[in-house]
Design a protein around this ligand. Structure first.
Ligand code: COA
Length: 263
């Protein structure tokens, strides 16, 4: 598919892809076109057996994504259209969260509103020191609508999530790391390289095991410890049917690096 609002770049040799929201003049705000293109791009990448890890970022030095497009929000006429818009964003977040490949969010600047909500749906968040993270919807007379009221408290706890959602003020990348919203903070100039390096490292791991780990962690956090461990046991057991489990254990015994095929 041809994209006009995003860039999708594949590095075939490394088996990774980089998805960039490309509206820097609007700080990469999420209009309907961007939301639909991102949905199509992640579908396409999930089906591509030659892509084992994905980096998502924003174009330009200023913003990852400064939220949903406020001009479009302003034009939404009624609750039905508002709910549709929210659903579209929520579905994109679920798609990323459930994607079989790991998705690394390289947060290069403002991650506000829907931008932070998309970032929270990713697996690992690396932020530039200059990044700013926030849920400023309250200042527009609304609330987060792409899952932010749900994923933010799961990551940072109820109190700090309320501080951010009620207050609307952004926090720094460093504070984000302190509260568990960001996993690693790096100088702006190193962000793209660090995210790419991590993606390349993950692309060398067994893809089915990565997908199983992602499903067990994400699914387990939504249930109790017993059910979560059942989920883990099922995923663990399934991996014993894979060629990669045979290869990984054999390679260890033969004292050589494993060559995982994703089978
Ligand atoms: N939706 C639509 N357009 C947006 C946008 C958004 N969420 N965020 C930024 N833009 C646009 C601005 O309107 C401006 O467009 P223009 O040049 O045509 O006027 C352009 O991007 C640059 O933004 P600007 O506000 O001039 O940059 P700044 O450096 O002064 O401020 C922010 C940066 C991020 C603080 C500010 O843009 C902002 O508050 N954005 C909205 C954040 C928000 O509320 N997001 C949640 C939406 S639900």
């Amino acid at each position: 598919m041809e994209y006009t609002s995003i860039l999708v770049e594949r590095e075939a040799a490394e088996k990774i892809a980089v998805v960039t929201v490309n509206r820097p003049d609007k700080l990469n705000a999420l209009n309907l076109a961007v939301l639909k293109e991102l949905g199509a791009a992640f579908d396409e990448l999930e089906a591509d057996q030659d892509v084992r890890a994905i980096v998502m970022t924003g174009a330009g030095a200023k913003a990852f994504i400064a939220g949903a497009d406020i001009a479009e929000l302003n034009a939404l006429p009624d609750p039905v259209h508002g709910a549709y818009h929210g659903h579209l964003g929520q579905q994109l977040c679920f798609k990323i969260e459930r994607l079989r490949q790991p998705v690394i969010m390289a947060i290069n600047g403002y991650a506000l509103g829907g931008g932070l909500e998309l970032a929270m749906a990713g697996d690992i968040r690396i932020a530039a020191e200059t990044a700013r993270l926030g849920q400023p919807e309250i200042n527009l007379g609304i609330i987060p609508g792409f899952g932010g009221t749900q994923r933010l408290p799961r990551l940072v706890g109820k109190g700090f999530a309320k501080l951010m959602i009620f207050g609307g003020d952004p926090i720094t990348a460093e504070e984000g790391q302190r509260v568990g919203l960001i996993d690693r903070v790096v100088p702006q100039a190193q962000l793209a390289g660090e995210a790419r390096k991590l993606a390349i490292a993950l692309a060398k791991k067994a893809p089915l095991a990565l997908a199983a780990a992602k499903a067990a962690i994400n699914g387990g956090l939504e249930t109790d410890l017993d059910r979560g461990c059942d989920l883990e046991a099922a995923q663990f057991g399934l991996l014993f049917s894979t060629a990669d489990k045979a290869e990984g254990t054999k390679a260890f015994l033969e004292k050589r690096p494993a060559n995982f095929m994703g089978a």
